[in-house]
Write a protein that binds this ligand. Structure first.
Ligand SMILES: Cc1cc2nc3c(=O)[nH]c(=O)nc-3n(C[C@H](O)[C@H](O)[C@H](O)COP(=O)(O)OP(=O)(O)OC[C@H]3O[C@@H](n4cnc5c(N)ncnc54)[C@H](O)[C@@H]3O)c2cc1C
Length: 491
């Protein structure tokens, strides 16, 4: 039966769910509080420069392709995709960098030059990472997180050791070079937790990195938002912006009846929220909330971030599209994010220069620069702190890359904890949801379906499978299947 479905928020998970539910014949309307669609993947355009304000790494192209194929389309129907070479560059000091190339042989050569014997180790490590990727992406992350039994399959039983070891332990066992160790632990940062707290099974992210590579969609990550909104509209989804949901309406029997926006009630058979999970539950009367404040307070959240969007009046040398500045103590920065929240003395940071590979991102002869410093969620934020950290990272970049940068800044905009809370209703200003630790994996994450309100569902980075754009696409598909299961084929 055709149902009326109201979706809160327009992040990737909401857009994905909207597409699948509309394809199944339902009447779907999306309500987004902000002026633009796409959730955290917003775009900033200024003085001829274009910035992705949130995600910038296009990993796991197979997951995007499989999403489009579910609708009889292909990635190429929406945007051109280029594999970057190098995928990224890592700075360990002045004149001390490692470039990660676009195939495993190139990467093995770089490893071998850094640590004798490491190329052979890497091949072994990557073979396991690929096996785990196939198990995870084709199977495990596509399960709805309802029961622990989902994780118990003949294949995972053979892999049990990888759930109880950690990425850090396995990497340290196989490699001695601190630089190689850092590079191999970097992909785990996308999962939001420390490598010492992330199950070794998640080394499938290393396959996403070295095996599948780093890609760039022409026009930036916002091209994915444009593709998905175009697809959603074609499927009949109605998209509303500037529509902050202020209440989820529930009747006395505990069944969702719809939503309220600007005092106006909108009825629906099903309410699905892709907004921050904690925030969504605050839209309910207390007795209808499943998770308490104490529950959320105990959870490990992905970091927040201090972000800068900077227009530069020149081309920058010795830098790649994606550049990581790992020239300071990794462990110490992780400690002040996860263990004793405070601002890092010497921050690790990430610099994104999309105009290095895409001329449409900046005016000719100029460079678009996006900087990201990971910080603890909920930490103090203010203009003076932001200014201080902008100076720290620009000066470090000048020294390490050997050129002047500060005097070439045309403008600089910042985004931090305050905006994550105000713009996205994000719990403590987290940037990308709930971390994937062992105790926050699969069935141990907040559920897709409310246990207290019939007809209320959740999707996105705080539920299954977890943070990141590809998981958001999968999360939308999972919840759509839960709301409207595909009938089994009759033979
Ligand atoms: C700085 C940054 C860098 C990142 N880098 C990468 C990367 O390189 N690669 C990658 O794969 N992932 C990356 N991520 C993670 C990725 O962007 C997210 O995991 C993903 O976009 C989350 O999608 P979502 O659908 O769960 O939620 P969101 O994108 O958070 O969408 C939720 C939406 O709900 C809206 N909303 C909230 N409350 C209401 C309300 N009351 N009414 C109506 N609407 C509401 C919000 O405005 C928002 O638009 C990054 C994230 C950030 C912030």
């Amino acid at each position: 039966m055709k149902k009326k479905i109201a979706i809160i928020g327009s992040g990737f998970s909401s857009l994905s769910a909207a597409c699948y539910l509309a394809q199944k014949g339902h009447e779907v309307e999306v309500y987004e509080k902000n002026k633009t669609l796409g959730g955290r993947a917003r775009q900033l355009k200024k003085e001829g420069f274009t910035f992705d304000m949130g995600p910038s790494w296009y990993w796991m192209p197979d997951v995007f392709e499989s999403f489009y194929q579910d609708f009889g389309k292909s990635t190429a129907d929406f945007y051109a995709l280029e594999r970057l070479d190098p995928g990224y560059q890592v700075y360990f000091g002045k004149n001390d960098t490692i470039n990660i190339g676009d195939d495993l042989e190139k990467i093995c050569a770089v490893f071998e030059a850094e640590e004798k014997g490491s190329a052979a180790q890497l091949k072994k490590f990557m073979a396991i990472a690929k096996e785990n990727y196939d198990i995870a992406i084709n199977d495990l992350v596509r399960r709805p997180g309802v029961s622990p039994l989902e994780l118990v399959t003949p294949v995972t039983i053979r892999k049990i050791r990888y759930f109880f070891s950690t990425i850090q332990r396995d990497v340290y066992k196989a490699f001695k070079s601190p630089k190689l160790r850092q590079i191999l632990q970097f992909p785990v940062l996308f999962l939001g937790a420390k490598p010492s707290k992330t199950p070794a099974f998640y080394n499938f992210m290393n396959h996403a990195d070295f095996g599948l590579g780093t890609w760039h969609p022409e026009g930036g990550m916002y091209s994915i938002v444009e593709a998905m909104t175009q697809l959603a509209k074609t499927l009949g989804v109605t998209l509303h912006t500037e529509s902050p949901v202020t209440k989820i309406l529930v009747d006395q029997k505990g069944t969702a009846q719809g939503i309220e926006i600007h005092g106006k009630q909108i009825s629906a058979d099903i309410v699905l929220s892709g907004a921050d999970y904690h925030h969504t539950e605050t839209l309910l009367e207390e007795p209808f909330r499943v998770y308490s404040e104490a529950y959320w307070d105990k959870k490990v959240f992905a970091p927040s971030s201090l972000l800068f969007y900077i227009g530069l009046d020149k081309k920058v040398e010795n830098i790649c599209h994606h550049t990581l500045f790992f020239d300071v103590d990794f462990e110490e920065h992780a400690r002040v994010i996860y263990d004793q929240p405070e601002w890092p003395k010497d921050p690790l940071f990430y610099a994104n220069f999309p105009s290095k590979s895409d001329a449409s991102m900046a005016p000719e002869g100029k460079e678009a620069c996006f900087l990201l410093i990971p910080i603890a969620p909920g930490i103090e934020d203010g203009p003076a702190l932001r200014e201080r950290y902008l100076n720290i990272v620009l000066e470090r970049m000048e020294v390490l890359t050997g050129q002047s940068i500060k005097e070439h800044v045309l403008f600089s905009e910042s985004f931090c904890v305050k905006e994550f809370v105000e713009d996205y209703n994000s719990y403590k200003g987290n940037a990308y949801g709930l971390a994937n630790t062992l105790l926050q994996t699969a069935f141990l994450r907040p559920k897709l379906k409310s246990k207290k309100v019939n007809g209320l569902y959740f999707t996105g980075q705080l539920t299954v499978p977890g943070p990141g754009v590809p998981p958001a696409l999968i999360s939308g598909k999972l919840v759509a299947e839960m709301i409207a299961p595909t009938p089994a084929p009759s033979y």
